[in-house]
Design a protein around this ligand. Structure first.
Ligand SMILES: C[S@@+](CC[C@H](N)C(=O)[O-])C[C@H]1O[C@@H](n2cnc3c(N)ncnc32)[C@H](O)[C@@H]1O
Length: 352
C-alpha cells in the first residue's frame, strides 16, 4: 500500500467536501443579500452588517468567519470590519459579469435533494424527472448561462454567422429549442430590435418564468414562449435561425429533435447548436471541465433524459463525433464547427 496515495486522496476528499460546504455558504450569503450589502454599502462589523440586513448578529458573525477563512471575504483586524473585494464582487454579486458564478452553487442543493431517486434509477434503469430537481436547477442553468447570453450572443455569436446577422438586422425569425427560462431569446431580442423569436421548452415552470421575464424586459411583443416537447411543436417556420443552447445532450430523442429543427429552418435557415466543449476521448476529457461535465451528467443530465422510454441517454459530455452522427441521421449534409471562443461551449452550424 502506498501510504502517501491514501493520505493524498483522504485530504482531497476533505478539500472537496469543504468546497461543497463553501458553496452552500455562498448560496446563503446570496439569498440573504449579504454579499450585495457589503458590495453596495461597504465594509462592516458583524453588528453593522446584521443591522443593515435585518439579520441575527450571531449568525452573521459566524458566516463572516466562514467567508474569511474560506478566502471569499477580507477582514481588517485593526477595525474589525469585513469587506468584499471588487474582484470577488464580480463573481458573487454582479450578475452581468462574465465571471458571475453564484447560480452554479445551486447545483449542490438540487443534486443533493434527488440522491434517493437517483440511486433507485441506477437499480431500475429509469430516470429522475426534470421537475424533481426543482427551482434550484432551473436557476443554476438559466441564471448560470445568463451572463454569456447577455454579453456574447448578439455581440459575438451572431456576427460569427454573417448571413444570419444580415437577416436579423432587417427583422427575421428565430426559434430557440430548449430555451429554459428564456435569457438567450431575451438577449437576442435586445440586440436585434426587430427580430421575432419563438422559444420552446418541455418544462412548464421554465416557460412560465420565461414569459414573466419577457414581460419584465419589455420584449413580450416579439418573444413568445411555448410549452411543448419540441418534437411535437405545431410551429412551422420557416425560421432564419433555429438554435439549441446547451440542451441537445439533454434531449431524450436527439435525432428527432434535430429533424424537427431542420424542418423549422427550412431550406434556407441556419441551425446553430451550442453544446459542451467536450472531447471525443476519455483522455481528452480527463481535466476539470471534463470531470465537471461527467459529474453534472450522472447527477442531472443523464437521469432527467432516462425518464423517457428508449431514451438516447447521451449524457452531458456530448462529443463532436456524437453531434455529427446525430446530425447525419437527422438529414443534415454538413456540420461545421463555428469559430466562437467560449470556455464551456462548442458551436456547430448544421446545413441540410
Ligand atoms: C440545460 S437546459 C438549457 C436551457 C437554456 N437553453 C439555457 O441555456 O439556459 C436544457 C433545457 O432543455 C429542455 N428540454 C429537454 N427536452 C426537451 C424537449 N424534448 N423539448 C423541448 N425542450 C426540452 C429542458 O426542459 C431544459 O430547459
Amino acid at each position: 500500500m502506498d501510504e502517501q496515495k491514501i493520505k493524498a486522496l483522504a485530504e482531497r476528499v476533505l478539500t472537496e467536501v469543504n468546497g461543497a460546504l463553501g458553496c452552500l455558504t455562498i448560496l446563503v450569503g446570496h439569498r440573504l443579500g449579504l454579499y450585495r450589502n457589503l458590495a453596495d454599502e461597504g465594509s462592516a462589523t458583524p453588528a453593522e452588517l446584521a443591522a443593515r440586513t435585518g439579520l441575527a448578529v450571531r449568525y452573521v458573525e459566524e458566516w463572516l468567519l466562514a467567508q474569511v477563512t474560506g478566502g471569499y471575504l477580507d477582514h481588517d483586524s485593526a477595525t474589525g470590519e469585513y469587506s468584499i473585494s471588487p474582484e470577488h464582487s464580480a463573481v458573487f454579486v454582479d450578475q452581468d459579469n462574465p465571471a458571475y458564478m453564484t447560480p452554479f452553487t445551486q447545483w449542490i442543493t438540487t443534486m443533493s435533494a434527488v440522491i434517493p431517486e437517483l440511486t433507485e434509477a441506477f437499480r431500475t434503469g429509469g430516470g429522475v424527472p426534470y421537475e424533481a430537481y426543482g427551482q434550484d436547477a432551473i436557476e443554476a442553468i438559466g441564471l448560470g448561462n445568463r451572463s454569456m447570453f447577455v454579453n456574447d450572443y448578439a455581440r459575438s455569436w451572431i456576427p460569427a454567422l454573417p448571413d444570419v446577422e444580415a437577416k436579423l438586422k432587417n427583422g427575421g425569425k428565430v426559434a430557440e429549442v430548449g430555451c429554459g427560462i428564456g435569457w438567450s431569446s431575451i438577449a437576442l431580442a435586445h440586440g436585434f430590435p426587430t427580430v421575432a423569436i419563438d422559444g420552446i421548452d418541455i418544462d412548464e415552470a421554465s416557460i412560465t418564468q420565461a414569459r414573466d421575464l419577457a414581460e419584465e424586459q419589455g420584449v413580450s411583443d416579439r418573444v413568445a414562449f411555448h410549452h411543448t416537447p419540441v418534437e411535437q411543436t405545431e410551429l412551422t417556420g420557416p425560421y432564419d435561425l433555429v438554435t439549441a443552447f446547451e440542451c441537445l445532450h439533454d434531449m431524450p430523442y436527439p435525432i428527432d429533435t434535430l429533424t424537427k429543427m431542420r424542418e423549422l429552418a427550412g431550406p434556407s435557415g441556419v441551425v446553430l447548436i451550442a453544446d459542451e466543449a467536450a472531447g471525443d476521448t476519455l483522455e481528452e476529457n480527463t481535466n476539470l471541465l471534463g470531470n465537471f461535465f461527467y459529474n453534472a451528467s450522472i447527477l442531472h443530465c443523464l437521469p432527467q433524459a432516462m425518464v423517457f422510454p428508449d431514451a438516447a441517454g447521451t449524457g452531458t459530455a456530448i462529443s463532436p463525433s456524437t453531434v455529427r452522427t446525430y446530425a447525419e441521421q437527422a438529414g443534415f449534409k454538413s456540420v461545421e464547427v463555428v469559430d466562437i471562443e467560449n470556455p464551456f461551449f462548442r458551436f456547430y452550424r448544421l446545413a441540410p
